[in-house]
Design a protein around this ligand. Structure first.
Ligand code: SAM
Length: 350
Protein backbone atom coordinates (compact mmCIF):
# COMPACT_ATOMS: atom_id res chain seq x y z
CA UNK A 1 0.00 0.00 0.00
CA UNK A 2 1.25 3.51 -0.77
CA UNK A 3 2.30 5.54 2.25
CA UNK A 4 2.47 9.24 2.97
CA UNK A 5 -1.27 9.82 2.49
CA UNK A 6 -3.65 10.75 5.28
CA UNK A 7 -6.33 8.23 6.25
CA UNK A 8 -9.99 9.29 5.99
CA UNK A 9 -9.98 10.32 9.66
CA UNK A 10 -7.36 12.99 8.90
CA UNK A 11 -9.22 14.47 5.92
CA UNK A 12 -11.36 16.79 7.99
CA UNK A 13 -10.66 20.30 6.82
CA UNK A 14 -10.03 22.26 3.66
CA UNK A 15 -6.38 22.58 4.69
CA UNK A 16 -6.12 18.76 4.75
CA UNK A 17 -7.47 18.46 1.20
CA UNK A 18 -5.87 21.39 -0.61
CA UNK A 19 -2.37 19.87 -0.96
CA UNK A 20 -3.92 16.72 -2.47
CA UNK A 21 -6.02 18.80 -4.87
CA UNK A 22 -2.78 20.46 -6.03
CA UNK A 23 -0.75 17.26 -6.40
CA UNK A 24 1.44 17.08 -9.52
CA UNK A 25 4.08 14.81 -11.07
CA UNK A 26 5.00 11.75 -8.97
CA UNK A 27 2.71 12.93 -6.14
CA UNK A 28 -0.23 12.85 -8.53
CA UNK A 29 0.64 9.33 -9.71
CA UNK A 30 0.86 8.27 -6.06
CA UNK A 31 -2.53 9.89 -5.33
CA UNK A 32 -4.15 7.93 -8.17
CA UNK A 33 -2.57 4.68 -6.97
CA UNK A 34 -3.73 5.34 -3.44
CA UNK A 35 -7.30 6.08 -4.61
CA UNK A 36 -7.34 2.83 -6.60
CA UNK A 37 -6.03 0.88 -3.57
CA UNK A 38 -8.67 2.42 -1.33
CA UNK A 39 -11.40 1.57 -3.84
CA UNK A 40 -10.15 -2.02 -4.01
CA UNK A 41 -9.93 -2.42 -0.22
CA UNK A 42 -13.38 -1.01 0.55
CA UNK A 43 -15.45 -1.77 -2.56
CA UNK A 44 -13.63 -4.72 -4.15
CA UNK A 45 -12.82 -5.23 -7.83
CA UNK A 46 -16.28 -6.28 -9.03
CA UNK A 47 -18.13 -3.40 -10.70
CA UNK A 48 -21.85 -2.92 -10.02
CA UNK A 49 -23.62 -1.80 -13.20
CA UNK A 50 -26.63 0.56 -13.07
CA UNK A 51 -28.53 1.04 -16.34
CA UNK A 52 -29.96 4.52 -16.71
CA UNK A 53 -33.25 5.31 -18.45
CA UNK A 54 -33.67 9.03 -19.12
CA UNK A 55 -37.44 8.76 -19.22
CA UNK A 56 -38.33 12.44 -19.69
CA UNK A 57 -36.55 15.68 -20.57
CA UNK A 58 -39.50 17.85 -19.50
CA UNK A 59 -38.23 20.31 -16.89
CA UNK A 60 -39.68 23.33 -15.06
CA UNK A 61 -36.25 24.41 -13.77
CA UNK A 62 -33.85 26.82 -15.38
CA UNK A 63 -30.47 25.69 -14.06
CA UNK A 64 -27.99 27.93 -15.86
CA UNK A 65 -25.71 25.06 -16.96
CA UNK A 66 -28.20 22.46 -18.16
CA UNK A 67 -29.07 21.65 -21.79
CA UNK A 68 -32.64 20.59 -20.88
CA UNK A 69 -33.39 23.76 -18.83
CA UNK A 70 -36.96 25.02 -19.29
CA UNK A 71 -36.05 28.04 -21.40
CA UNK A 72 -33.86 26.19 -23.89
CA UNK A 73 -36.10 25.74 -26.95
CA UNK A 74 -33.65 23.34 -28.65
CA UNK A 75 -34.51 19.93 -27.17
CA UNK A 76 -37.62 18.27 -28.53
CA UNK A 77 -39.47 17.47 -25.31
CA UNK A 78 -40.49 13.86 -24.63
CA UNK A 79 -41.88 11.72 -21.86
CA UNK A 80 -41.82 7.92 -22.10
CA UNK A 81 -45.12 6.22 -21.32
CA UNK A 82 -45.25 3.78 -18.38
CA UNK A 83 -45.43 0.90 -20.89
CA UNK A 84 -42.34 2.17 -22.71
CA UNK A 85 -40.45 2.48 -19.42
CA UNK A 86 -41.44 -1.09 -18.54
CA UNK A 87 -40.29 -2.26 -21.98
CA UNK A 88 -36.91 -0.60 -21.41
CA UNK A 89 -36.63 -2.25 -17.98
CA UNK A 90 -37.43 -5.65 -19.55
CA UNK A 91 -34.54 -5.22 -22.03
CA UNK A 92 -32.22 -4.31 -19.15
CA UNK A 93 -33.28 -7.40 -17.21
CA UNK A 94 -32.90 -9.59 -20.31
CA UNK A 95 -29.36 -8.32 -20.95
CA UNK A 96 -28.50 -9.44 -17.41
CA UNK A 97 -25.69 -6.91 -16.97
CA UNK A 98 -27.24 -4.40 -14.60
CA UNK A 99 -28.54 -5.10 -11.08
CA UNK A 100 -30.05 -1.63 -10.81
CA UNK A 101 -32.22 0.48 -13.04
CA UNK A 102 -31.88 4.26 -12.66
CA UNK A 103 -34.92 6.32 -13.63
CA UNK A 104 -33.81 9.86 -14.40
CA UNK A 105 -35.68 12.89 -15.73
CA UNK A 106 -35.97 16.65 -15.63
CA UNK A 107 -37.97 18.16 -12.82
CA UNK A 108 -41.76 18.55 -13.09
CA UNK A 109 -42.85 18.83 -9.44
CA UNK A 110 -46.27 17.39 -8.73
CA UNK A 111 -47.15 16.79 -12.36
CA UNK A 112 -46.25 13.11 -12.77
CA UNK A 113 -45.49 11.99 -9.21
CA UNK A 114 -48.36 9.45 -9.03
CA UNK A 115 -47.49 8.06 -12.45
CA UNK A 116 -43.94 7.36 -11.24
CA UNK A 117 -45.38 5.65 -8.14
CA UNK A 118 -47.35 3.30 -10.41
CA UNK A 119 -44.28 2.62 -12.58
CA UNK A 120 -42.20 1.75 -9.49
CA UNK A 121 -44.86 -0.73 -8.34
CA UNK A 122 -44.98 -2.36 -11.77
CA UNK A 123 -41.17 -2.71 -11.96
CA UNK A 124 -40.95 -4.21 -8.46
CA UNK A 125 -43.84 -6.61 -9.13
CA UNK A 126 -42.17 -7.91 -12.29
CA UNK A 127 -38.52 -7.71 -11.18
CA UNK A 128 -38.33 -7.92 -7.38
CA UNK A 129 -34.55 -8.45 -7.47
CA UNK A 130 -33.78 -5.38 -9.55
CA UNK A 131 -32.89 -2.33 -7.42
CA UNK A 132 -34.48 0.97 -8.43
CA UNK A 133 -32.80 4.35 -8.16
CA UNK A 134 -34.73 7.54 -8.92
CA UNK A 135 -33.13 10.82 -9.92
CA UNK A 136 -35.90 13.33 -10.55
CA UNK A 137 -35.00 16.30 -8.35
CA UNK A 138 -36.39 18.11 -5.32
CA UNK A 139 -39.71 16.87 -3.91
CA UNK A 140 -41.48 17.12 -0.56
CA UNK A 141 -40.84 14.29 1.94
CA UNK A 142 -44.38 12.90 1.42
CA UNK A 143 -43.65 12.25 -2.24
CA UNK A 144 -40.31 10.57 -1.48
CA UNK A 145 -42.16 8.46 1.13
CA UNK A 146 -44.78 7.43 -1.45
CA UNK A 147 -42.03 6.35 -3.87
CA UNK A 148 -40.14 4.53 -1.12
CA UNK A 149 -43.29 2.61 -0.26
CA UNK A 150 -43.80 1.77 -3.95
CA UNK A 151 -40.33 0.18 -4.21
CA UNK A 152 -37.74 2.93 -4.72
CA UNK A 153 -34.48 1.73 -3.15
CA UNK A 154 -32.24 4.71 -3.82
CA UNK A 155 -32.31 8.37 -4.84
CA UNK A 156 -29.64 10.48 -6.52
CA UNK A 157 -29.71 14.23 -5.99
CA UNK A 158 -26.49 16.12 -6.52
CA UNK A 159 -26.12 19.25 -4.39
CA UNK A 160 -24.04 20.54 -7.38
CA UNK A 161 -21.96 22.98 -5.27
CA UNK A 162 -21.49 23.45 -1.53
CA UNK A 163 -21.26 27.24 -1.94
CA UNK A 164 -24.71 28.73 -1.14
CA UNK A 165 -24.15 31.88 -3.23
CA UNK A 166 -22.90 30.01 -6.27
CA UNK A 167 -25.81 27.56 -5.90
CA UNK A 168 -28.35 30.43 -5.80
CA UNK A 169 -26.76 32.07 -8.85
CA UNK A 170 -26.97 28.86 -10.89
CA UNK A 171 -30.44 27.72 -9.77
CA UNK A 172 -33.02 30.52 -10.11
CA UNK A 173 -35.69 30.23 -7.42
CA UNK A 174 -33.92 27.51 -5.46
CA UNK A 175 -31.46 27.33 -2.56
CA UNK A 176 -28.75 24.98 -1.40
CA UNK A 177 -30.55 24.68 1.94
CA UNK A 178 -33.66 23.29 0.20
CA UNK A 179 -31.56 20.76 -1.72
CA UNK A 180 -29.81 19.62 1.45
CA UNK A 181 -33.19 19.31 3.22
CA UNK A 182 -34.33 16.97 0.43
CA UNK A 183 -31.21 14.84 0.97
CA UNK A 184 -31.87 14.74 4.73
CA UNK A 185 -35.48 13.71 4.24
CA UNK A 186 -34.46 10.90 1.89
CA UNK A 187 -31.92 9.68 4.44
CA UNK A 188 -34.55 9.84 7.21
CA UNK A 189 -36.88 7.67 5.12
CA UNK A 190 -34.22 4.96 4.89
CA UNK A 191 -33.67 5.50 1.17
CA UNK A 192 -30.06 4.85 0.06
CA UNK A 193 -29.01 8.39 -0.73
CA UNK A 194 -26.63 9.80 -3.31
CA UNK A 195 -25.32 13.34 -3.41
CA UNK A 196 -22.56 14.87 -5.47
CA UNK A 197 -21.40 17.86 -7.46
CA UNK A 198 -20.07 19.17 -10.73
CA UNK A 199 -16.37 19.91 -10.97
CA UNK A 200 -15.33 23.28 -12.39
CA UNK A 201 -18.58 25.23 -12.46
CA UNK A 202 -17.82 28.82 -13.52
CA UNK A 203 -17.11 30.68 -10.27
CA UNK A 204 -15.85 27.57 -8.46
CA UNK A 205 -12.52 27.86 -6.64
CA UNK A 206 -10.32 25.04 -5.34
CA UNK A 207 -11.53 25.99 -1.83
CA UNK A 208 -15.13 25.34 -2.93
CA UNK A 209 -14.08 22.07 -4.54
CA UNK A 210 -12.49 20.98 -1.24
CA UNK A 211 -15.69 21.96 0.58
CA UNK A 212 -17.76 19.91 -1.91
CA UNK A 213 -15.71 16.85 -1.00
CA UNK A 214 -16.02 17.62 2.72
CA UNK A 215 -19.81 18.00 2.41
CA UNK A 216 -20.01 14.51 0.86
CA UNK A 217 -17.94 13.23 3.76
CA UNK A 218 -20.17 14.98 6.30
CA UNK A 219 -23.35 13.46 4.80
CA UNK A 220 -21.62 10.08 4.53
CA UNK A 221 -23.59 9.42 1.34
CA UNK A 222 -24.24 5.86 0.13
CA UNK A 223 -23.47 7.01 -3.42
CA UNK A 224 -21.63 10.06 -4.76
CA UNK A 225 -22.05 11.23 -8.35
CA UNK A 226 -19.54 13.74 -9.68
CA UNK A 227 -18.46 14.85 -13.15
CA UNK A 228 -16.93 17.83 -14.92
CA UNK A 229 -19.07 20.86 -15.82
CA UNK A 230 -19.26 20.94 -19.62
CA UNK A 231 -20.49 24.19 -21.25
CA UNK A 232 -23.76 23.45 -23.01
CA UNK A 233 -25.06 25.32 -26.10
CA UNK A 234 -28.34 27.15 -25.62
CA UNK A 235 -27.60 27.87 -21.94
CA UNK A 236 -26.40 31.09 -20.28
CA UNK A 237 -23.08 29.33 -19.50
CA UNK A 238 -22.51 28.15 -23.09
CA UNK A 239 -19.38 30.27 -23.42
CA UNK A 240 -18.06 29.97 -19.87
CA UNK A 241 -15.17 27.52 -19.74
CA UNK A 242 -14.79 24.91 -17.01
CA UNK A 243 -13.01 26.58 -14.07
CA UNK A 244 -10.13 24.10 -14.55
CA UNK A 245 -9.99 24.29 -18.36
CA UNK A 246 -6.23 24.79 -18.12
CA UNK A 247 -5.75 21.81 -15.77
CA UNK A 248 -7.37 18.72 -17.30
CA UNK A 249 -6.16 16.48 -14.43
CA UNK A 250 -8.25 18.37 -11.87
CA UNK A 251 -11.36 16.31 -12.47
CA UNK A 252 -9.43 13.07 -11.76
CA UNK A 253 -7.59 14.61 -8.81
CA UNK A 254 -10.98 15.55 -7.34
CA UNK A 255 -12.26 12.02 -7.90
CA UNK A 256 -9.20 10.48 -6.23
CA UNK A 257 -9.43 12.77 -3.20
CA UNK A 258 -13.19 12.11 -2.98
CA UNK A 259 -12.44 8.38 -2.78
CA UNK A 260 -9.86 8.86 0.00
CA UNK A 261 -12.35 10.91 2.01
CA UNK A 262 -15.25 8.49 1.31
CA UNK A 263 -13.71 5.01 1.15
CA UNK A 264 -16.93 2.96 1.19
CA UNK A 265 -19.24 5.11 -0.95
CA UNK A 266 -20.39 3.88 -4.35
CA UNK A 267 -18.84 6.32 -6.84
CA UNK A 268 -19.83 5.92 -10.51
CA UNK A 269 -17.63 6.65 -13.51
CA UNK A 270 -20.22 9.05 -14.96
CA UNK A 271 -20.74 9.69 -18.69
CA UNK A 272 -19.40 13.26 -18.41
CA UNK A 273 -15.90 11.77 -17.89
CA UNK A 274 -16.14 10.34 -21.42
CA UNK A 275 -17.30 13.68 -22.80
CA UNK A 276 -13.99 15.03 -21.48
CA UNK A 277 -11.81 12.42 -23.21
CA UNK A 278 -12.71 9.10 -24.90
CA UNK A 279 -11.08 6.98 -22.18
CA UNK A 280 -12.46 9.18 -19.40
CA UNK A 281 -14.72 6.58 -17.76
CA UNK A 282 -11.98 3.92 -17.91
CA UNK A 283 -9.55 6.26 -16.19
CA UNK A 284 -12.22 7.12 -13.60
CA UNK A 285 -12.60 3.40 -12.80
CA UNK A 286 -8.84 3.27 -12.19
CA UNK A 287 -8.68 6.42 -10.06
CA UNK A 288 -11.38 5.90 -7.46
CA UNK A 289 -14.70 5.08 -9.17
CA UNK A 290 -16.21 1.61 -8.61
CA UNK A 291 -19.60 1.74 -10.42
CA UNK A 292 -20.48 1.85 -14.13
CA UNK A 293 -23.69 3.45 -15.44
CA UNK A 294 -24.43 2.61 -19.09
CA UNK A 295 -27.23 4.39 -20.90
CA UNK A 296 -30.38 2.31 -21.50
CA UNK A 297 -32.58 5.09 -22.89
CA UNK A 298 -34.21 4.03 -26.18
CA UNK A 299 -31.95 5.08 -29.04
CA UNK A 300 -34.32 7.60 -30.70
CA UNK A 301 -34.71 9.63 -27.49
CA UNK A 302 -31.08 9.97 -26.44
CA UNK A 303 -30.33 12.94 -28.67
CA UNK A 304 -33.06 14.90 -26.85
CA UNK A 305 -31.43 14.37 -23.43
CA UNK A 306 -28.28 16.33 -24.16
CA UNK A 307 -27.40 17.93 -20.85
CA UNK A 308 -24.07 18.89 -22.42
CA UNK A 309 -22.39 18.30 -25.80
CA UNK A 310 -20.24 15.25 -26.51
CA UNK A 311 -22.41 12.90 -24.45
CA UNK A 312 -21.29 9.40 -25.46
CA UNK A 313 -23.38 6.58 -26.97
CA UNK A 314 -26.25 8.68 -28.34
CA UNK A 315 -26.48 6.51 -31.47
CA UNK A 316 -26.54 3.20 -29.64
CA UNK A 317 -29.28 1.21 -27.98
CA UNK A 318 -29.48 -0.51 -24.62
CA UNK A 319 -28.13 -3.86 -25.83
CA UNK A 320 -25.08 -2.14 -27.43
CA UNK A 321 -24.41 -0.41 -24.12
CA UNK A 322 -24.75 -3.67 -22.13
CA UNK A 323 -22.24 -5.41 -24.47
CA UNK A 324 -19.95 -2.42 -24.39
CA UNK A 325 -20.01 -2.35 -20.55
CA UNK A 326 -18.97 -5.99 -20.42
CA UNK A 327 -16.15 -5.43 -22.94
CA UNK A 328 -14.97 -2.34 -21.09
CA UNK A 329 -14.80 -4.13 -17.74
CA UNK A 330 -13.04 -7.10 -19.33
CA UNK A 331 -10.41 -4.78 -20.83
CA UNK A 332 -9.82 -3.29 -17.38
CA UNK A 333 -9.60 -6.75 -15.77
CA UNK A 334 -12.55 -5.92 -13.53
CA UNK A 335 -15.35 -8.49 -13.07
CA UNK A 336 -19.01 -7.58 -13.29
CA UNK A 337 -20.66 -7.54 -9.85
CA UNK A 338 -23.68 -9.75 -9.40
CA UNK A 339 -26.79 -8.70 -7.49
CA UNK A 340 -28.29 -5.27 -6.92
CA UNK A 341 -25.14 -3.55 -5.58
CA UNK A 342 -26.76 -1.99 -2.53
CA UNK A 343 -25.04 0.43 -0.16
CA UNK A 344 -21.74 -0.75 1.29
CA UNK A 345 -22.70 0.87 4.58
CA UNK A 346 -24.34 -2.13 6.24
CA UNK A 347 -25.98 -0.02 8.93
CA UNK A 348 -28.09 1.68 6.24
CA UNK A 349 -29.65 -1.50 4.89
CA UNK A 350 -32.97 -2.31 6.46
N1 SAM B 1 -33.55 16.69 -12.50
C1 SAM B 1 -32.73 15.81 -11.73
C2 SAM B 1 -31.81 16.58 -10.82
O1 SAM B 1 -31.67 17.79 -11.00
O2 SAM B 1 -31.23 15.95 -9.93
C3 SAM B 1 -31.94 14.84 -12.57
C4 SAM B 1 -31.54 15.28 -13.93
S1 SAM B 1 -30.22 16.45 -13.96
C5 SAM B 1 -30.25 16.93 -15.66
C6 SAM B 1 -28.81 15.38 -13.77
C7 SAM B 1 -27.46 16.02 -13.56
O3 SAM B 1 -26.94 16.50 -14.79
C8 SAM B 1 -27.39 17.21 -12.66
O4 SAM B 1 -27.33 16.81 -11.31
C9 SAM B 1 -26.11 17.92 -13.14
O5 SAM B 1 -25.03 17.73 -12.23
C10 SAM B 1 -25.80 17.26 -14.49
N2 SAM B 1 -25.60 18.28 -15.55
C11 SAM B 1 -26.52 19.10 -16.08
N3 SAM B 1 -25.93 19.96 -16.97
C12 SAM B 1 -24.61 19.64 -16.99
C13 SAM B 1 -23.48 20.18 -17.70
N4 SAM B 1 -23.60 21.22 -18.53
N5 SAM B 1 -22.26 19.62 -17.49
C14 SAM B 1 -22.15 18.55 -16.65
N6 SAM B 1 -23.16 18.02 -15.95
C15 SAM B 1 -24.40 18.56 -16.11
Amino acid sequence: MATGFPEREALLTRADLLPLLRAAGPDLDALYRRADDTRRRFCGDAVPVRAIIEFSNACFNDCLYCGIRASNPAPERYRMSPDDILAAVRSIAAAGTAGTVVLQSGETPGLHDDELTAVLRRIKAEFPDLAITCSVGNRPPEVYAQWREAGMDRFLLRFETSDPELFARLHPGSTLAERLDCLRSLRALGVQTGGGFMIGLPGETVDILADNILLCREFDFDMIGIGPFIPSPGTPLAHEPNAYAGDPEMVFRALAVLRLANPDAHIPATTAFDALRPDGRNLALQRGANVFMPNATPRGLRRHYQLYPGKPCIDEDASDCALCSRARLRSLGRPLASGPGHSLKQSRLS
